[in-house]
Design a protein around this ligand. Structure first.
Ligand SMILES: [Zn+2]
Length: 293
């Protein structure tokens, strides 16, 4: 029996929902964009996340919403640890071939900046990882990498858990001549795997998502493969957005929440120009993964 934390189960459920919504949208020829999916995800978070969710939108861009990039910050039950990341959503095209908007240029085509460069620069400025959240549906399940350490992704309903997959923007950039699903999925992993503890020795469901996510990012992004490397990697924890306190970005956003909501430039508070900040604070329940679906 695979025990999932309630948060892990929730993230898996959202990915399955994205997958199934994209499948429906394709079959019914519905318009279904990144922002619709992100809006639904945020609604689900606010309504059903097993811990506590705080959403602080930065409303500077409410009109020309280009803002699929959000800062996510996970906190443990005791609020004594956090891990923070910059996340940009990208939707797989309806032909199930490529992430068409991955090459987006901000501003003028000739003088503008590549969105991926901006994403990585912003994340580096604040010493947090830059990640993509890919929204996926592919009809051939054999294309999904079976790279979860907790469940077999070839089994239903877990394969639909690739409905949201995560990749380091730096890995995406390294493969940037190719926006195809089949190439980008090679360094992507299911959203819930942020909370998968591959060795099952430290115990899942301990109300300590930041530590679990740190371990996942080390394995998946820093590619520190062995237990020794992971145990000795303490000094690199901060470069992966891990802190033994609430992240200063979250603190600043919280103390300026009203002004940010009123559309004041986040730069005024030394905050990046993103759609907002979502804080995920752990709850304490565990669930049986076989009850998902
Ligand atoms: Zn996993």
């Amino acid at each position: 029996m695979t025990i999932f934390t309630a948060e892990q189960n929730f993230l898996l459920r959202q990915a399955i929902n994205v997958w199934s919504d994209l499948k429906d949208a394709k079959l019914l020829s519905l318009p279904w964009g990144e922002e619709t999916i992100t809006d639904i995800f945020i609604k689900q978070l606010r309504k059903n996340y097993p811990g506590q969710i705080d959403v602080i939108p930065f409303n500077k861009h409410e009109e020309g919403r280009n803002g699929a990039d959000w800062i996510w910050s996970f906190m443990n039950v005791g609020k004594t640890a956090s891990i923070t990341m910059l996340v940009q959503a990208k939707l797989l095209d309806r032909n199930e071939v490529k992430y068409g908007k991955l090459g987006h240029i901000i501003g003028n085509k000739k003088t503008g900046v590549r969105q991926i460069d901006r994403l990585i620069d912003t994340a580096d400025t604040y010493s947090i990882p830059a990640l993509y959240a890919f929204y996926n549906y592919v009809s051939n399940k054999k294309r999904i990498p079976n790279n979860c350490n907790s469940v077999n992704m070839t089994d239903s309903p877990y394969s639909a858990g690739f409905g949201i997959s995560i990749a380091s923007a730096k890995h995406v950039l390294a493969a940037f001549n190719n926006f195809s699903f089949d190439v980008q999925c090679l360094h992507s992993f299911p959203l819930h795997c942020l909370l998968c503890n591959g060795w099952n020795v430290y115990g899942q469901g301990n109300g300590d998502s930041p530590t679990t996510i740190l371990r996942s990012l080390r394995r998946r992004i820093s590619q520190e493969k062995t237990e020794d490397e992971i145990q000795s990697g303490g000094q690199r924890a901060e470069q992966l957005g891990f802190m033994k306190e609430m992240h200063p970005l979250v603190v600043r956003a919280r103390s300026n929440e009203e002004q940010l909501a009123a559309g004041v430039d986040p730069g005024e508070f030394n905050l990046p120009d993103v759609a907002g900040i979502i804080t995920f604070t752990d709850g304490e329940k565990q669930v049986d993964a076989s009850t998902v679906g």
